[in-house]
Design a protein around this ligand. Structure first.
Ligand code: NAP
Length: 276
């Protein structure tokens, strides 16, 4: 049966709808900080699989960051040239953050999605009373000031792309006063409040600001310095009796980054398998 103009139009629309469902981030440009390893790596790959062009940020491990960018550029859907680049920047340094955003815009044009994922922890100190000034400052500089610096750049620049998303990586430890994680948990608590205020202040910009707060996820950050027994104890304390996987977190970030996530704003989305 010959295709009429109407059926061609219907077919085209349903193909576009299907593509919109599988590639909801097509045409979007994202920066993911700390994307060389762990959760950030998976977020970068996942956003790219959903159609975004991605800037893979790292602070010291260039090799793994290059591998993430190559994996994205080798995706079957990468018909339109380079879809990912790497960019070294310490998120705690204002000039390096500005350079990161300049590099992203220069490579891909206006930005839409900024995922502030880079983070460091402090499990080597049993108590706050034993935490050094240097370690307290470094943890706050990377986790909290880093998210502030990148959010400030995002607020100025994402608006040029017509709006978008700021997604800050908190931790489910906020709300759990567990000894040994004082500086880390305090830095994430500050980040959560900063994000909620940002969401109010960004009124009229079409930019949402949210936190994603994972529970224990099996990455370098979580596993470093923990005994096998300590890891198993955390896993067993979850209703699912397992640790989180990076694949549990990335789709939540992708949803918040999509058009469908617009009505989620100023929130902390806990992704922790129900562990309390
Ligand atoms: P990870 O495996 O240790 O990876 C950390 C990433 O951050 C690496 O890519 C690292 O880059 C980057 N990074 C560190 N300092 C940086 C800086 N100053 N500037 C730019 N990048 C920097 O950590 P993860 O477990 O995936 O954690 C990712 C985020 O999730 C963190 O914010 C963490 O607090 C949060 N989180 C993790 C867990 C968990 O259980 N894993 C739970 C809750 C929240 P290099 O490779 O170049 O060093």
């Amino acid at each position: 049966m010959p295709l009429t103009a109407t059926t061609v139009e219907q077919k085209k629309r349903s193909e576009e709808e299907k593509r919109g469902m599988t590639m909801p981030l097509e045409g979007r440009v994202a920066i993911v900080t700390g994307a060389s390893r762990g959760i950030g790596r998976e977020i970068a790959l996942h956003l790219a699989e959903k159609g975004a062009k991605v800037v893979v940020n790292y602070s010291s491990n260039q090799g793994p960051a290059e591998e993430v960018a190559s994996a994205i550029n080798n995706l079957a859907s990468s018909g339109d040239g380079v879809r990912a680049i790497v960019c070294k920047a310490d998120v705690a340094e204002p000039s390096q953050v500005a350079q990161l955003f300049d590099t992203a815009e220069h490579a891909f044009g206006p930005l839409h999605i900024v995922v502030n994922n880079a983070g460091v922890t402090d499990s080597k100190y049993p108590t706050l009373a034993q935490t050094s000034d240097e370690d307290w400052d470094r943890i706050f500089q990377v986790n909290c000031k880093g998210a502030f610096l990148c959010s400030r750049e995002a607020a100025k620049r994402v608006v040029r792309g017509g709006g978008g998303r700021i997604i800050n990586m908190s931790s489910s430890l906020v709300g759990m006063p567990i000894p040994g994680f004082g500086a880390y948990t305090a830095s994430k608590a500050a980040m959560e409040m900063m994000t909620r205020i940002l969401a109010q202040e960004l009124r009229g910009t079409k930019i949402t600001a949210n936190c994603v707060a994972p529970g224990a996820v099996a990455t370098d950050l979580f596993l470093a310095g923990r005994s096998k027994a300590a890891v198993e104890a955390v896993a067993e304390s979850s209703p699912f009796e397992r640790l989180g996987k990076v694949e549990d977190v990335a789709p939540v970030v992708a949803f918040l980054a999509s058009d469908q996530g617009e009505w989620v704003n100023g929130q902390v989305v806990r992704v922790n398998g129900g562990r309390v």
